[in-house]
Design a protein around this ligand. Structure first.
Ligand code: SPV
Ligand code: MN
Length: 622
């Protein structure tokens, strides 16, 4: 331990040694020698250590205190405001197969490149050594995570978002079975933002169970435990027998019925994922990443590997997101990132009311309305991907089973997309394989209407496309096989909150609560269905009484007709788009291709029988 002895105090060194884990010592020594920090601090689960990190983020200028007690602001570089897909690469060894859309680089070459960038990158800086648990403590779901970072903001965010795991590492009894994350924000500018964005690299080493990431601060690039760990977990899950998913977990709690029904759900960005997990009156367990395994009774169980939310702040307002809005505007520990700060208060797009015309933001400490960036683009008051970082336990609708090591029994899976013209607001799949097919054909329409790109459909199976470090065919097969092994398979549903007619949404934002309650009732055998070529849709009378009970609103036969008409031609077009995409993939499971074929046959038959591209739900009833 030559290097470690030089940069670690005897107390810090002893904290490492007490873990009794030679791999932790070896990795620490190796990376400290490379990164060359001035000082290294080892953080345990002790609240005094955790407070140290929080204080350091303020002292080193990565965060600044705001007027409200516990609130801080952090800025990422103007050019580091979202996940960097281009510079995120998976290190591959000869013969290793990946999904087609994933950037790869030969392992030796990638390691050489990133290790060179990392050589001496922490000179003059303090490194923090951290231990976390991806998942509840003492749980068979959990994966221990080891992090070295020179960003106190990253370490502080991880304290809010993840469970600390120093004691968990002791329980490893020396085993090398954990994920490792090495991060450096690199050289910082006068705003404490990453300077060398051109040398930003995020290299995923599935063979070494490690991720090396450098010259970034945006959490989706920097935080080891978020999307970097998701990729390692997807690789592992798909070589074992479980699922690592980009999914929320929530409990539906129907009024007057003494029960909780757990759902997981995958929605591509901006399709209503967090708002579904946060439907008023229900309980949230997680909003981003779930590990799912089979458990007692042959059922699927899930855990949130996080304990916090790194949420998009745009449009969080008292009407649409009352619970989050309240949490963001009252004293508690939370980090705002990339919002507008005026007189030590946070402002963001869509919060309701006018925004100040000047302040500090992701571009400048003295932004004012009309300011342009170096390429002549007008700088928004606040970035569209500006976020908040908060613990779920701070929310009044937090599920008490968040930390249950056994997980929660999943009875329903929801796949949601943004789709203006094809699918109905809610339907149930014909069976598990069809449910997998619904997830595997998820699309979302882009919303950049002003750039003339509105309605472009982005394909993202299970909303997991960006993180698929295995071939798509293998991923889908893992899903199919997972369900086949269960004794009680969850029901699978599709939702679409964005159906339009003549440019107008056919539903109100709050209607998702009705769809949720219908799905919940289906799980308990309470509602009938109409079998259509695409799957089972609700019966009119059930929706009518749900709308009346929940919103005291009249739901007319005309509403039902407009929303639940089966758009046969549009569905056939969608299936054909999918057949084209999957034709390019290898080892696509036959069950899946067969399912698409059957769906197309069912649709074509209905087309023939009813002689129309759009068929009323009434045609399929009775
Ligand atoms: C997402 O983009 O899906 C997020 C935020 O949850 S990030 O951390 O950037 O992945
Ligand atoms: Mn996400």
């Amino acid at each position: 331990m030559d290097v470690s002895q030089k940069v670690l105090s005897p107390e810090d060194l002893s904290k490492l040694e007490q873990l009794g884990n030679p791999t932790v010592l070896e990795i620490t020594e190796r990376y400290l020698e490379l990164l060359k920090p001035r000082k290294v601090t080892v953080i345990t689960d002790d609240p005094a250590d955790i407070r140290y990190v929080r204080r350091l983020a303020i002292e080193n200028g990565e965060e600044r205190k705001l007027a409200m007690e516990g609130h801080t602001i952090h800025y990422d570089s103007y050019h580091d405001q979202a996940r960097d897909k281009q510079n995120t690469r998976v290190l591959v060894t000869p013969g290793m197969k990946m999904s087609r859309v994933i950037n790869t680089i030969p392992r030796e070459q990638g390691l050489e490149e990133v290790l060179e960038i990392m050589d001496g990158v922490m000179a003059g800086r303090e490194a923090l050594v951290r231990f976390f648990s991806l998942g509840p403590l003492d749980s068979r779901f959990a994966i221990p995570a080891f992090q070295i970072t020179d960003s106190a903001y990253v370490a502080h965010s991880e304290d809010i978002l993840y469970r600390t795991g120093y004691e968990q590492f002791k329980k490893l009894k020396g085993s090398p079975d954990f994920f490792t994350f090495i991060h450096s924000a690199g050289q910082l500018d006068e705003r404490n933002n990453t300077r060398n964005i051109d040398k930003r690299r995020i290299y995923i080493d599935v063979v070494g169970n490690q991720v090396l990431t450098v010259n970034n601060q945006y959490a989706g690039n920097s935080l080891g435990l978020k999307k970097l760990a998701l990729r390692l977990a997807i690789y592992r899950a798909n070589h074992e027998d479980w699922l690592a998913e980009h999914m929320f977990l929530m409990a539906a709690r129907p009024e007057g019925k003494n029960r909780l029904t757990y759902f997981c759900g995958a929605f591509p960005s901006a399709c209503g994922k967090t708002s579904t997990a946060m439907i008023p009156g229900q309980l949230i367990l997680g909003d981003d990443i779930a590990y799912i395994r089979s458990g007692p009774g042959g059922r699927a169980y899930g855990v949130n590997i996080e304990q916090g939310i790194f949420g998009i702040i745009m449009d969080v307002n008292p009407v649409d997101d009352p619970v989050i809005y309240e949490a963001l505007t009252t004293p508690r520990e939370l980090i705002f990132s990339n919002v507008l700060i005026h007189e030590d208060r946070a402002y963001w797009l869509g919060m309701g009311g006018d925004l100040p015309q000047e302040g500090a933001n992701h571009f400048s400490d003295c932004w004012e309305a009309g300011q342009k960036d170096e390429t002549g683009n007008l700088v928004d008051p606040c970035h569209k991907n500006a976020r908040y970082t908060i613990r779920i336990s701070e929310l009044e609708n937090a599920d008490p089973r968040l930390h249950d090591p056994e997980g929660v029994p999943i009875e329903g899976v929801i796949y949601g997309g943004r789709d203006s013209d094809t699918s109905v607001p809610v339907y149930q799949s014909l069976d598990w394989v069809h449910g997998v097919a619904i997830g595997a054909t998820l699309e979302s329409e882009t919303t950049f209407a002003t750039l003339g790109k509105g309605g472009v459909r982005a394909f993202s199976p299970m909303a997991n496309m960006d993180f698929l470090v295995v071939p798509l065919g293998r991923y889908i097969k893992n899903h199919i096989d997972f369900g086949a092994r269960l004794k009680r398979t969850p029901l699978v549903f599709a939702t679409n909150y964005f159906l339009k007619s003549e440019g107008r949404f056919l539903n109100e934002k709050v209607d998702k609560k009705v769809w949720l309650m219908w799905m919940e009732g289906r799980i308990h055998g309470e509602y009938g269905t109409v079998e259509t070529p695409i799957g089972y849709i609700p019966e009119y009378e059930d929706l009518r009484s749900l709308f009346r009970r929940i919103f005291d609103r009249e739901y007319s036969p005309g509403d039902y007709e407009a929303q639940f008409a089966i758009r046969i031609d549009k569905f056939i077009e969608k299936i054909e788009r999918m057949e084209q995409i999957y034709a390019e993939e290898q080892d696509v499971p036959e069950e899946f291709s067969g399912c698409l074929k059957t769906l197309k046959q069912r649709l074509s038959e209905a087309r023939r029988r009813y002689g129309s591209g759009v068929v009323s739900p009434a045609a399929f009833a009775g």
